[in-house]
Design a protein around this ligand. Structure first.
Ligand SMILES: Nc1ncnc2c1ncn2[C@@H]1O[C@H](COP(=O)(O)OP(=O)(O)OP(=O)(O)O)[C@@H](O)[C@H]1O
Length: 600
């Protein structure tokens, strides 16, 4: 399906509303063109009376108008005039209520589709795009596309119907004067096209500059502690001033161009009117037109100028909408990759938790090197496995493959003997409690943060999970307890409290598989030991993959895998690995010495 066809799919749902809106708009323009006609008639009637009165002064004209047979046609004209104005106005209101409302609904549908798609897109997508870029597509680009459905469509119909009606009326009165009156209008349209293009492009540049300033300010405030500690206030101020100055210069230039827009437009409109008055004046003298015709033409020109100018503006908006749609379409057609498919076995309804890696290799998208190479490991359901290794050895990469945040490049991962790609994603992820290395807590209550990922967890369950993760007592110490707001609007938890809250979040789901990626790194060894004592009970019966840099954390594991450069180089229990006297043993003895030194 072509890109534009896909865009028009969004139209379909609201076809009848859009047809009604277009009818209202045409009808509104139909009544609008009668306004100058009634104005002309009124003026002509008044000037006739003026000719009939001998003195020609205002009093005598008014007396004649209200006492003679002229008053009824004049009142009739006034009534028609008011009627045309009212009908045209009401219909214009109805147009906006249909077309603009439909465009808002389309915008809503589109934004929901984008958000829905974003939630399905794999981790790979988020590594390739900057978050700001994604944000712009879901907000600004959607608003620009709305303009295609709303204002751009409305202005086009408006210009076409209004110009059609008005030019017909003008030609009926005088083809020659019509030609003269329309002469400056193409220039008006071209000027509006050129200037709105300039304004749009420049506004985009300014918008980008503004995003940079906002980003810089956000970064400065989030790292305020670091800035203060490193005495970097002046440096930050200078950097901000520089960008702010560049923003101001650009904004002032845009203001200058914008200030030129309306006066130039008025100049061109004024030129049209001058031509009309000059030419029509000649025709009146020649007796071909009445004085009322001059007024009628001036109003026609005034009615035509904005739609004609908006044509140039609309073409520009249309081009912008298409550029935005292209970016959105790119996102909507992104490959979801990791999703259920024809081979998904929906008969599998539960998971025991046995994990096996068979010759698994993995390369990050765009990376040259493999992050994992021929990894083989087998963890029985309910077993506690540990993964250790130097930093950058591939530990996090390995565990991310289990909930399919990425798919293995080569090899196979099995759960209970089934290839994970054939297990439904929902079932798989429902049964995995992942506590990532860098804990993320939402700006919400602690309770809501723990309940994230469950449906309708009650207070007891939340407290129980907090207890299991050994963070309940800390939470109860806060004044608002589980209702304490975290993040930007609230308090900041300590590193260790954050990690334990994240563990509670994983435990509340009662998963068969628990992945702890260096999840207790922020607490000291003693606290860690106490937490682990407690956790071990909770982890019983669940398959656990535990990553840690501290051997003290994982020495009781059923099986330990030592990773180096993405490859498992040693495996076994703590005792077996020490006997091997390999890398694990070296790491263990090094940590022992460090600990002893720390205790001295
Ligand atoms: N999103 C990514 N894109 C490209 N390369 C990545 C990405 N994430 C990690 N890597 C690379 O993959 C390798 C393994 O990283 P990984 O995070 O798995 O190591 P780790 O053993 O968990 O390290 P640490 O102990 O420091 O957490 C590293 O060389 C890292 O630079």
């Amino acid at each position: 399906m072509s890109s534009l066809k896909k865009l028009n799919q969004y139209f379909k749902k609201y076809t009848s509303t859009i047809i009604w809106g277009s009818i209202f708009l045409m009808a509104s323009n139909f009544f609008l063109v009668w306004i100058p006609v009634f104005l002309r008639r009124t003026v002509d009637q008044i000037s006739n009376v003026e000719l009939q009165t001998s003195s020609g002064n205002l009093d005598s004209i008014v007396t004649v108008l209200f006492n003679s047979s002229a008053s009824w046609p004049l009142a009739k004209n006034a009534l028609f005039l008011v009627g045309a104005v009212l009908l045209s106005g009401i219909l214009l209101f109805a147009t906006r209520q249909t077309l603009i409302v439909a465009s808002r609904k389309i915008e809503f549908d589109l934004r929901n589709d984008i958000f829905n798609k974003l939630l399905k897109l794999p981790q790979r997508f988020y590594s390739n795009y900057k978050s700001g870029e994604i944000y712009v597509r879901a907000t600004e680009d959607v608003s620009k596309v709305r303009e295609y459905f709303g204002p751009a469509y409305m202005y086009t119909i408006n210009t076409l119907t209004r110009a059609g009606f008005i030019i017909t009326m003008m030609i009926i009165v005088s083809p020659e004067l019509t030609m003269w009156a329309l002469l400056p209008l193409p220039f008006l349209s071209a000027f509006a096209y050129w200037i709105s293009g300039y304004i749009n492009n420049y506004s985009r540049i300014i918008q980008e500059q503004y995003s940079d300033i906002a980003g810089r300010a956000k970064e400065s405030f989030s790292s305020i502690r670091l800035i203060k500690a490193y005495n970097r206030e002046k440096h930050e101020q200078k950097r901000f001033d520089k960008e702010s100055e560049s923003y101001r210069t650009k904004k002032l230039r845009l203001d200058l161009v914008e200030s030129l827009f309306h006066p130039t437009l008025n100049l061109l409109i004024g030129l049209s009117i001058v031509i009309v008055v000059w030419k029509a004046g000649q025709l009146v003298i020649e007796g071909q037109l009445t004085v009322g015709n001059i007024l009628e033409y001036i109003v026609y020109v005034a009615y035509l100028t904005w739609p004609v100018a908006s044509l140039g503006y609309t073409v520009n908006r249309f081009q912008q909408s298409m550029a935005s749609w292209k970016r959105i379409d790119e996102l909507l057609t992104e490959d979801v990759e990791i999703s259920d498919h024809a081979q998904t076995n929906f008969d599998v309804q539960s998971i025991e938790g046995g994990i096996e890696f068979r010759d698994v290799s993995f390369k990050y998208p765009g990376a040259e090197e493999y992050a994992l190479k021929n990894v083989n490991l087998k963890v029985e359901a309910g077993q506690n496995a540990a993964i250790v290794g130097r930093t950058g050895s591939g530990k996090t990469t390995l565990v991310q493959l289990v909930p399919r945040l990425y798919d293995a490049t080569e090899g196979q991962i099995l759960i209970d003997g089934q290839d994970i790609s054939t297990i439904s994603l929902e079932l798989l992820r429902k049964n995995i409690g992942l506590v990532p290395q860098d804990t993320f807590l939402f700006s919400d209550t602690i309770g809501e943060n723990i309940a994230f990922g469950t449906r309708n967890a009650d207070q007891n369950e939340i407290e129980e999970a907090a207890e299991k993760a050994q963070v309940r007592d800390n939470i109860l110490d806060f004044e608002e307890q589980f209702e304490t707001i975290l993040g930007e609007r609230g308090i900041t938890l300590s590193g260790g409290q954050k990690q334990r809250t994240a563990i509670a979040r994983a435990l509340i789901r009662d998963p068969k598989i628990i992945i702890l990626d260096d999840s207790l790194s922020a607490v000291d060894t003693k606290t860690e030991e106490a937490i682990l004592q407690h956790l071990r009970n909770e982890l019983k019966g669940r398959t656990t993959l535990m990553i840690s840099h501290r051997i003290s954390t994982i020495k009781d594991a059923d099986v330990i895998y030592y990773l180096e450069d993405g490859t498992v180089v040693e495996q076994g229990t703590h005792k077996e690995l020490l006997e091997q006297e390999g890398r694990y043993s070296v790491m263990y003895h090094k940590q022992l010495i460090e600990q002893e030194l720390a205790e001295i």
